[in-house]
Design a protein around this ligand. Structure first.
Ligand code: DLZ
Length: 165
């Protein structure tokens, strides 16, 4: 999953569905806040750039990445009109096994939400070895994972709309 030195966040707006009529939720973890705020801004700006309107973007905060799953679950139930939710977090490797446990729990939890619920949840959680890697991917030299997540959210909202049963 190496990203090399490429900025992966560039997108061609002509190929992205119009987000004007979609409603989005964004759940933001407060751990490593400079990183998660950078990704929130990247997501918000990309949603707006693709047509989403302010009133159709709702933001909640949760204390840490571990809480993203519960936050997204409650958001799904609180706003059943949402078309996609973006879960934003940053987990940085420390000296204990906490890193692996949180990464595993969040990725599995978000996967479970996608299986159980009809509102897609986009995984926007950086899992880096150090702070510099996180900076590089949250608005730095390797782009902004939040931007990529927003484009994914729009595409999944469109897929959901077209596949409604
Ligand atoms: C406890 C903890 C640690 C050590 N590291 C991080 C981290 O790098 N990124 C993050 O989002 N959260 C971290 N947390 C907090 C947990 O996600 C969670 O909030 C607490 O364990 C309480 O459930």
């Amino acid at each position: 999953m190496a990203t090399g030195n490429k900025n992966l966040s560039a997108y061609d707006k002509a190929t992205i569905p119009d987000a004007k009529n979609f409603r989005f939720g964004i759940v933001v973890s407060e751990w490593n806040p400079t990183i998660t705020e950078g990704m929130f801004q990247g997501s918000f700006d990309a949603l707006k750039d693709c047509g989403a309107i302010n009133d159709n973007i709702v933001r909640w905060n949760v204390p840490g990445s571990f809480e993203l799953v519960y936050g997204c679950k409650r958001m799904q139930k609180s706003y059943d009109m949402l078309d996609a939710i973006i879960a934003i977090g940053s987990v940085i490797q420390g000296e204990t096994k906490h890193f692996d446990i949180i990464c595993e729990a969040v990725s599995q939890g978000i996967k479970d939400l996608n299986l159980e619920s009809d509102i897609p949840v986009i995984f926007c959680v950086l899992t880096d070895n150090n702070l510099q890697q996180a900076k590089d991917r949250s608005g730095g030299k390797l782009g902004n994972k939040g931007t990529e997540a927003a484009i994914t959210a729009i595409k999944m909202a469109q897929l959901r709309k077209e596949s409604k049963f």
